[in-house]
Design a protein around this ligand. Structure first.
Ligand code: ING
Length: 311
């Protein structure tokens, strides 16, 4: 008897500065109901799902940008979603901007939460790979200031025991770094859930827009295959106040094959009945980590951050 369940990925269309939390949560609720009507027991939402992608803007004080952050878990805005999850029996991944009083000070993270189908809080993850800059580059149509508004995550890459198996979470830029998924796969993660907000344009150097989607898909297909796990990737697409974001939400099988993908840049639920045992043969053969990995040769990966060319 294989373990198969219907997973949903909820791509969101734009969230504009003028959109209220209540308006956004109503959209998330509609998509959870849609997913449930299609038999889904899990749904993955995007990164920073409750607000626009505000790190594109320059703010100087917390008074200016704290309006984008949630306090408490569930925060007041999240409560209807937690309630519906419990009512429908649908677990979810939700990305949001987290403000917390921790270690005697106020701290802010780009965070995702995992909630089980019974509405129980299973765990949190705080984004580790923060792209862009802390200081504005200037002279740009938009910035990428995640290093300005968020601290680097302090939870590592944990995995979570769920009624369906062991899940891992990451967020957006994390998907471009293979270390992210390997650390979670070494803990036995069978499903990776991630949200992303990816601009169609690269502010750092000219890059054709089609490459954004290609690199996005390449990262997910590689992660799935090289770690024999399912990947649920939910994007926030379309034009947010004129700033275009890629859609391309997708579900990728442990074979690396895309089995479902969004066809729009709007709110769109995609689903797939996932055989959670599909990765087992891969973990017993080509990626049998215990049999094939040679960690005595991998030292540089954790000993060195940047490139050092030997003399
Ligand atoms: N967004 C983008 C991402 O990693 C980015 C930033 C795009 C970095 C393309 C490098 C290249 O998809 C977030 N939020 O990380």
């Amino acid at each position: 008897m294989t373990r198969s369940e219907v997973f949903a990925v909820a791509q969101m269309g734009p969230v504009n500065l003028a959109d209220t939390r209540e308006q956004v949560v109503a959209r998330l609720i509609d998509m959870m109901r849609d997913a449930h009507s299609r038999g889904a027991t899990w749904i993955t939402y995007p990164e920073l799902a409750l607000t626009t992608f505000f790190p594109r803007y320059i703010y100087d004080t917390p008074e200016e940008y704290d309006a984008f952050f949630e306090e408490g878990l569930p925060s007041p805005a999240m409560v209807p979603l937690f309630d519906l999850a419990r009512e429908l029996g649908v677990g979810f991944y939700l990305g949001y901007a987290e403000k917390v009083h921790q270690d005697g000070r106020t701290r802010r993270f780009n965070t995702s939460v995992l909630v089980g189908p019974n509405g129980d809080l299973l765990g949190k993850y705080r984004k580790i790979h923060l792209p862009g800059t802390k200081e504005p580059i200037g002279d740009l149509e938009f910035e990428h200031l995640e290093k300005r508004y968020f601290e680097v995550g302090d939870m590592g890459f944990p995995t979570f025991k769920t009624p369906s198996g062991r899940f891992g979470m990451c967020i957006c830029n994390d998907r471009r770094w293979p270390e992210t998924f390997r650390v979670m796969a070494l803990q036995g993660a069978e499903v990776f859930m991630l949200g992303y907000n990816t601009p169609t344009r690269n502010i750092h150097h000219h890059e054709p827009a089609y490459l954004r989607e290609f690199h996005h898909r390449l990262s997910l297909e590689s992660a799935a295959y090289q770690n024999a796990a399912w990947v649920m990737a939910a994007g926030k697409g379309g034009s947010e106040d004129g700033f275009a974001m890629i859609g391309g939400s997708m579900i990728v099988a442990p074979t690396g094959e895309v089995v479902a993908r969004a066809a729009s840049e709007d709110d769109e639920v995609i689903t797939h009945r996932c055989d959670l045992d599909m990765g087992a043969y891969i973990r017993r053969s080509v990626f049998d980590f215990a049999r094939h990995r040679r960690i005595e040769h991998y030292g540089l990966i954790t000993e060195q951050t940047g490139i050092k060319v030997p003399e």
